[in-house]
Design a protein around this ligand. Sequence first.
Ligand SMILES: NC(=O)c1ccc[n+]([C@@H]2O[C@H](COP(=O)([O-])OP(=O)(O)OC[C@H]3O[C@@H](n4cnc5c(N)ncnc54)[C@H](OP(=O)(O)O)[C@@H]3O)[C@@H](O)[C@H]2O)c1
Length: 310
Amino acid sequence: MSFNRIAIYGHRGWVGSPVLHALVAAGAPIKVLHRAGSDISSLPKGVTTAEVDLDDAQTLVPALQDIDIVLSFAARDVVPKQHSFIKAIPSTNVKLFVPSDLGFRVDKQGLSVPVNKAKQDVEEAAKAAGIPTSVVLVGAFTESALAFPILGIDVSGNRIIATGDSANQQLTFCTRNYVAAAYASIFAKTAPSQLQGRAIGLSEFKATGDEIAAVLREKHGAEPQKFVHSLEKVDSEIEQCVKNGTPTALSWYCRKAWGTGDLVKGLGKDIWEVEGYQKATLRGLLLEGKLESYKEIPPQIKQLFDAAFH
Ligand SMILES: NC(=O)c1ccc[n+]([C@@H]2O[C@H](COP(=O)([O-])OP(=O)(O)OC[C@H]3O[C@@H](n4cnc5c(N)ncnc54)[C@H](OP(=O)(O)O)[C@@H]3O)[C@@H](O)[C@H]2O)c1
């Protein structure tokens, strides 16, 4: 099996950066597409580059001439700019477009959250343009969900929010390293024709709210402080956040989807397993210090997450 020629947008990003290194380690030929001024000084050996401007689709056409697969890790606010790929790809020989997603399939309420809607719009526009497309769905990243109380799990403060039935419902987690290994295992060599049209789910491990609370208890030697949020309360919080443009709308929605079981269902049935990978465990991350840090979050956003514990 030969390698796919892969273009990556978002090489310095929190997700894109480890994926780039995993694909290079797997041996795939990589071209980094970067915006003007983006640092390309420390790319792994052999990686080629092309400067592009997501506001100008014409800059993408020459950059994509010798590419089989485009992997985009555009930041949340940049998701709509990916429509430029959709304009450019028909003038190239690209065989698969994988837009920035890394979330889970959401319902109508989930689509009221702007970033979810923007991701769906990109995927649908790509399909409507006849571009072979697939997405990778992740659920929760351990680094964001366990290092910050985004999902109502406050590891250092020994607190947990039960939303709806989240005490008994599973939450599905991936470490960033697992996601990187999965991208390499999926995209380095698989024929693009076998990947198109798929929503590929990744799940490194799952845990219910009660299982997470038990590990917190073991970690702190004390019962975690528990808060209970009804689904009605969360519905009203989501509605208010969407109306006011508050950035925690996604976090409330994810907690609800956990509490109804929709988050696990939203990964779909096409789950990709990374052969030979030693998966992380909740106990390993929380009790053996294996949890890695997340990117810096502004203090005012941290305060919003904190305010949910009541
Ligand atoms: N499920 C989860 O828990 C979870 C958690 C985190 C992320 N995600 C998803 O993963 C995807 C990637 O997120 P991320 O956190 O890795 O993103 P990120 O680190 O914030 O940024 C990724 C890339 O976006 C580019 N970018 C930033 N602003 C730009 C602009 N104005 N114009 C053009 N390019 C710009 C950056 O390019 P430069 O290198 O030039 O700066 C960067 O490399 C998103 O879809 C996000 O929603 C999911």
